[in-house]
Design a binder for this molecule. Structure first.
Ligand code: CU
Length: 70
């Protein structure tokens, strides 16, 4: 982690199984290969430790086909 890594929480809808978790994780890591992603599928909460801007991460998750609610 670098000094300007921040943790951002996203509320993501549509994750139903482990495959979805991997798809979301990989989408985030295409934006930032160093990103750390923690997913609580039951609540749809996705925590991302990354240097990438929030909008870039949200766009990548949305492109993967999931709805980013917040
Ligand atoms: Cu799935």
């Amino acid at each position: 982690m670098t000094s300007n890594t921040t943790t951002t929480t996203f509320q993501v809808q549509g994750m139903t199984c482990g495959h979805c978790e991997r798809a979301v994780t990989q989408a985030v890591q295409q934006v930032d290969p160093q990103a750390q992603v923690r997913i609580d599928r039951a609540s749809g909460k996705v925590d991302v430790d990354s240097t990438a801007p929030r909008e870039a991460i949200a766009a990548a998750i949305a492109e993967e086909g999931y709805t980013v609610a917040a």
